[in-house]
Design a protein around this ligand. Sequence first.
Ligand code: NAP
Ligand code: 8YV
Length: 315
Amino acid sequence: MIELLQIGNITDRMADTLEGRFTRHVLFEQTDRAAWLAEHGARIEAVLTNGHYGVPEDVADATPNLKVVSSYGVGYDAIDAPAFAARGIKVSHTPDVLNDEVADTFVALWLAVSRGIVSADRHARSGDWENGEFPLTRSIQKRRVGILGLGRIGEEIANRVTCFRGDVHYHSRNPKGVAYTYHDRAEKLAAAVDVLVCITPGGPSTRHLVNAEVLRALGPEGILINVSRGSVVDEAALVEALKAGTIAGAGLDVFQAEPKIPAALKAMDNVVLLPHVGSATVETRQAMGDLTVRNLLQWLEDGRVVTPVPECRDL
Ligand code: NAP
Ligand code: 8YV
């Protein structure tokens, strides 16, 4: 049977479907990882991983006969896809099945920040209400929303903004031929909107796309929502901007050094924090898990994967 190396957790349903098709080894169960990789690495032909762990360098180096990598998630910035493509290794991910969930997470963060939902809950729960009313908040109706990265998920975010009678603006490297307003730079996008949402991929090309200048352009009434990757936002600049009132608030699902979150962000009332749960519902994780496993089973059958990352489409 083909030997598969699992990095990170999978669901019972995924494990059950893989049973009898692959010999599954779990990397994090090995007490001496280097010794295990030295002994078993050459027999590994398949890796099952996720967007957080990707394929670490020691695993890539110790697996000369690797043929397929199936990642449980759409973002694959933790996987060196061009290097794997050059080795003829097929890399797959899970696009589309999570678009709605992540777009809904954007709405939840936007509402939570604008309407002060978390602070209002604290106000009600603590008994502070008996001493006075909760202050007025800001509506999410008829806002100008800037989408940084109008891709699969960005399009669903735009649909939701439209439901709230908002005006959609966007920036990506290429205009998309849609009716929304295009800006050729992130800074110009920020200057044109009330709410800026990051939903580009992570990795070097988007690192700190949201920096101090972009936050200044967003302005003192502006709200930043990040549901993409922590690396897209300069976290130190964001903390400064929130402290100084350069922007009004932020809703963050992702962070630079997950699962660590800067203490300064945790202490701020105008910030809502989530532990990277953009796609984390039973239904969506099941759909992602099914697609992750389907990619592996398809590869077993005919050497192809169903949803390759763009770098591996021609393999
Ligand atoms: P997608 O369809 O590939 O869309 C990405 C968009 O970003 C495209 O419009 C792309 O357009 C734009 N883009 C890429 N590089 C850029 C750059 N350097 N500057 C400006 N725009 C750039 O991807 P998706 O399926 O929507 O997913 C987007 C990302 O969301 C994932 O990669 C992942 O990091 C994140 N995500 C997070 C969660 C979560 O749990 N929080 C869940 C799922 C996904 P151009 O190429 O024309 O620029
Ligand atoms: C996952 C994500 O939580 O798909 C992505 O890119 O960020 C999330 O859906 C992540 O891949 C870890 O499994």
